[in-house]
Design a protein around this ligand. Structure first.
Ligand code: COA
Length: 133
């Protein structure tokens, strides 16, 4: 069973250094996206199977918390196309209740996901900056 948890900036997944429990591919993405350079994230949602982290979504907040800035979404390849990312994001949106979301997409899958999400939310303006190759 996949479980989802919203965590605050004090949680390791929001930190500058990839937590030791993340798998190698997630750590590679963490480095590619320079998540550490961006500092500590304001919040995150984590997907677990038992104690294993199989996905995460990190975000920052604008000055008035009406803006959610997506910064780091990853799901273990074994669990993709099962709606895990959709759940991670929906949990974050339900918690933050932003009016706007900024997301820079760095992969085709990420862009497809964000485009689908943007169509599902009429009351949240989702701005997508696609830099995928
Ligand atoms: C991008 C990523 C986070 C998507 O995670 P996921 O859990 O598989 O996404 P979901 O199952 O919630 O997908 C929701 C929708 O997004 C779109 N989507 C997701 N992956 C896609 C893909 N590979 N190709 C086309 N559309 C895709 C689809 O519309 C999908 O809905 P559907 O399955 O009903 O067609 C995952 O592929 C990943 O971790 N990739 C490596 C890291 C990465 O690229 N992160 C994003 C950077 S912007």
């Amino acid at each position: 069973m996949i479980t989802y948890k919203c965590v605050s900036r004090r949680h390791g997944i929001c930190g500058k250094v990839p937590p030791a429990y993340l798998n190698k591919l997630a750590v590679a993405k963490w480095r590619e996206w320079a998540l550490g350079d961006a500092g500590v994230a304001d919040g995150a949602v984590i997907a677990n199977v038992g104690t294993k982290v199989i996905g995460f979504f990190r975000y920052n907040l604008g000055a008035y918390s009406d803006l959610l800035i997506a910064y780091g979404t990853w799901v273990d390849s074994k669990y993709r196309r099962r709606g895990v990312t959709s759940k991670l994001w929906k949990k974050a949106i339900a918690k933050v209740k932003p009016y706007h979301i900024d997301v820079t997409t760095t992969s085709h899958a990420g862009y497809k996901f964000a485009s689908k999400l943007a169509k599902q939310y009429n009351d949240v303006a989702i701005y997508i900056n696609d830099v995928s190759p």
